[in-house]
Design a protein around this ligand. Sequence first.
Ligand code: ADP
Ligand code: MG
Length: 622
Amino acid sequence: MTDTDNALQQFTFKAETKQLLNILIHSLYKDREVFLRELLSNASDALNRLRFEMVTNQNVLDSTAELSIHIKTDKDTRIITIQDTGIGMNRDEVIENLGTIAQSGARKFLDATKDQKVDLTQVIGQFGVGFYSVFMVAEWVRVTSHSFDPQAEAVSWYATGDDNYQIGKAEMSERGTRVEIKLKEDAAEFAEEYRLKNIIHKHSDYIGFPIYMGDGQETVNKQTSLWRTSRQVVTDEQYKEFYRQTTLDFEDPLSHIHISTDAPVQLYALLYISSKAERGMFSLRKEDGLKLYSRNILIDEYNKDLLPEYLRFVQGVVDSEDLPLNVSRETVQSSGLMPKLKKVLTNQVIRELESLAKNNAEKYQIFWQEFGAYLKQGIASAPMETENINPLLRFKTNQHPEAWSSLDEYISRMQEGQKEIYYIVGEDPRSVLRSPHLDYFHSQGTEVLLLTDPMDSFMLMGLRKFKDLELKNVSQADVDTMQKPKEEAEAVKIPDADFNSLVDLFKQVLGERVTDVRASSRLYQSVARLADADGTVNADLQRVYRYLGKEYEIPKKILELNPAHAVLKNLLKLEAGTELQNIIIEQIYDSALLVEGLHPDPSSMASRVQQIIEAALEKHSG
Ligand code: ADP
Ligand code: MG
């Protein structure tokens, strides 16, 4: 050691860091080579930050030095040296950054190690503890650094991976950071130049600064980012690795979109759609947004202005030459460029989704199940975009309750003379199929969309028409019941006079709870249904109100009866005003509430149902 002993000061790592080091040193990770990627990524960050600093600050040490990284290796001593001309660190920064760093990241990393399935070395950098990965291969590590600030003094940090690290003064006159690694015996392979070159090609080719090796004058890395690389040469594996690195998602993405255009704006982008809407529990991404680069330099980590809100699940990177480099985040927003970028990106994402739907139904189904709610929200909140979004929508229907159908497919299956798209809103796909509102449509073989997702009610606010066909709720549709001249049905109807007295009975028992009781020509299997009185807020909006505020009271409804139903005929046969007649009327009303999903207290029916059972059994056994 070059430091004199009295200048050295000893510090102890925090508990989480100790644990983390312990795991890294003793576990048998097969991908130890990623330590190099982490150190090079730190060097690249430091160079980026220096470049940023130089935009506004003239007073920088070695201001003409090339922004680059040099790697030296010595097979005999097993020492690798990685030196950058980046921003550097002063004494306090070294202690802060390498001693007490990212406690929360360390804790999350430790939690994540409990999950055996994931290869954490792949993503350690995302936890903000990438530097420590060096201890997978190091016997000891010395970091020597000189800040860009000409006034600062050089400093050294030394650790062997046990509980302590040492800080001291150092001899280093040039700007930047030097990391020296004494390799463990079993990591001697990393002292070979060819091995290091391979690792760089594999993981760090895209670092935007030259990396030199040994005395070589040629750069080892390609120096261009993946998103700027031509689609033809990027492999699937590279797309996946980049996805893992940027999103910390261990699963493969559902799809990627690689864009490179010159008009109307110059733009590179590499966007991803995950295979799950929910971010993994280890995800450190707290926000939505795309990484925005200008000429390879990161200017915003979570930019939310590049895509509409309903596409906020899309992740990835956008890079445009047209953005001036020395811009603050505010000027990025106010420059007219953002809306143009947004338009291009939005179109591309929509097109990608359309082609996914066309070419890979299976994947599109996964997409729809995970992200459909976002698109529905888009229809509710961005009516201008509905034309883009509508073709992407998928629905279950009464005719195809297990499959997902598009509106176009629905139209292609429509019956002769059908002029509207029918839908029913309900609580869940199974019970909605039993709704009395569907009686007529089932009998005609008419297809009806089943809208049973809470978001559907919101979507309906913006989805009133598709290709000139109006969407109609079956509970309100004025369907042409003349279409079915069911003479047999006429024949079995309760005569008008009797039916009127039945209506009176219902009105007496239900009183204020319904606005009216009347006959319906649209019921087949069902005894009764609830319908909205004219002039009340439509059923879809009622539902939206209910989702938004619990105290919203559903308006009173009309009870419609099926004049041909045996239950009603038999009900008339009972002696008027008996208790059994009353409770059956009550139960018919409650059942109608229940299938609408409007019953305020279903369990209250239990004792009445029991009374009805008792009556039935009595008659049967009596
Ligand atoms: P992260 O890079 O995610 O912040 P790391 O564990 O890789 O986490 O690095 C911790 C911190 O140490 C960095 O944020 C940076 O401040 C500092 N650091 C590491 N390497 C260098 C370097 N070569 N030059 C300047 N600072 C560095
Ligand atoms: Mg790092």
